[in-house]
Design a protein around this ligand. Structure first.
Ligand SMILES: C[S@@+](CC[C@H](N)C(=O)[O-])C[C@H]1O[C@@H](n2cnc3c(N)ncnc32)[C@H](O)[C@@H]1O
Length: 256
C-alpha cells in the first residue's frame, strides 16, 4: 500500500516553471509558497526527497489538494536540518504537528525508525488555543482553527505506529512539556502559528539543545505572522543569538 501511495504521489507535478526575470537566462526552478527563484533546486528531483514530501503532502491536511500544496522548499529545509541533527546527541522535537506534513517527510527522509533517538510530536490536536492568541493574532488563529485543524490524533498515531521510536503527544505547549522526558534535543521544529507557545517552547528547549542543533521556525518570516517574529527575535536577543530569515518564510537558528 505504501508503495502504491508513493508511486501515485511521485507523479505529482512540480511547480510550473515560469519565465524568470529578464536578467536571467533560465526559467524559475521553483515558483510557489511565496518564493520564486532561478537557483538550483535539484532536491526536487531526488527520489528520497520526493517520497518523503509525498508522504507529508498526502497526510490528510485540509489546507488544499495535496498536489496544490507546493511547500517543497520548506520541507526540504526541515529534512536538511533533521539530517544534520542525526550526528548530534539528543532527540527530535516538533511543537505543532497537525497531520504531520513535515514530520512524516522528515521521518522517512532520515529513516527515523533506524535511529537511536526519539521523535516527539507535540500538538493539542484540537487547534490553536485561542486563549494564547494576542488580539492581533486572534482573527487568523480562529480562521485557521475553522478551516484547517481537526482531531487528526488517531491518524497521526496510526501513521507513526510503524516507528517504534516516535512519541505522539496530545497536549498543550507549554504545560505538557514538563511531563516529557526529553533531556537533549538535536532538531527542533516550531510551528504553532502564534507567538506565546512558540516563545514558551524556546524557553523550555533552548538549554536542552545540543550545540550545533538547528531550530526551524515555520512562520518566522511570514508576513501573516509578524507577531511571532517580533516575539522570537526578543527571545533570541535575550539569549544572545539571532534568527536567520529564510526566503521560504521560515526562520533558522543554530544552538551555539
Ligand atoms: C500549522 S499547524 C502545524 C503543521 C505541521 N507542522 C505540519 O507539518 O503539518 C499548527 C498546529 O499547532 C498546534 N498548536 C497551536 N498552539 C498549540 C499549543 N499551544 N500547544 C500545542 N499545539 C498547538 C495546532 O493544533 C496545529 O495543529
Amino acid at each position: 500500500m505504501l508503495k502504491n501511495l508513493l508511486t501515485s504521489i511521485l507523479r505529482c507535478k512540480a511547480p510550473a516553471p515560469q519565465q524568470a526575470h529578464a536578467d536571467y537566462p533560465g526559467k524559475f526552478t521553483f515558483a510557489a509558497d511565496g518564493l520564486q527563484t532561478v537557483h538550483n533546486a535539484g532536491f526536487l528531483d531526488d527520489t528520497r526527497f520526493r517520497e518523503s514530501y509525498a508522504l507529508g503532502a498526502n497526510s490528510g491536511h485540509r489546507i488544499c489538494a495535496p498536489a496544490d500544496l507546493h511547500i517543497e522548499w520548506r520541507v526540504y529545509i526541515c529534512c536538511w536540518a533533521a539530517q544534520h541533527g542525526l550526528k548530534l546527541r539528543g532527540d527530535f522535537v516538533e511543537c505543532g504537528v497537525s497531520t504531520g506534513i513535515v514530520s512524516r517527510a522528515v521521518a522517512h527522509y532520515v529513516d527515523f525508525g533506524r535511529q537511536q533517538k526519539r521523535y516527539w510530536l507535540i500538538d493539542t490536536f484540537d487547534g490553536i488555543p485561542l486563549q494564547q492568541a494576542s488580539a492581533a493574532e486572534l482573527s487568523l488563529a480562529r480562521s485557521k482553527n475553522d478551516r484547517h485543524y481537526y482531531d487528526c490524533y488517531p491518524d497521526v498515531k496510526a501513521h507513526f505506529s510503524r516507528y517504534g521510536n516516535v512519541e505522539v503527544i496530545k497536549g498543550r505547549v507549554p504545560e505538557i512539556l514538563d511531563n516529557l522526558d526529553i533531556a537533549a534535543v538535536a532538531f527542533l521544529h516550531i510551528d504553532m502559528n502564534i507567538a506565546e507557545p512558540e516563545v514558551q517552547a524556546m524557553r523550555h528547549f533552548w538549554d536542552k539543545l545540543t550545540p550545533g542543533a538547528a531550530v526551524v521556525f515555520d512562520d518566522y518570516a511570514s508576513m501573516a505572522h509578524q507577531a511571532q517574529k517580533a516575539a522570537l527575535d526578543a527571545f533570541a536577543a535575550s539569549r544572545g543569538f539571532a534568527i536567520l530569515s529564510l526566503p521560504t518564510g521560515q526562520g533558522l537558528a543554530l544552538k551555539n
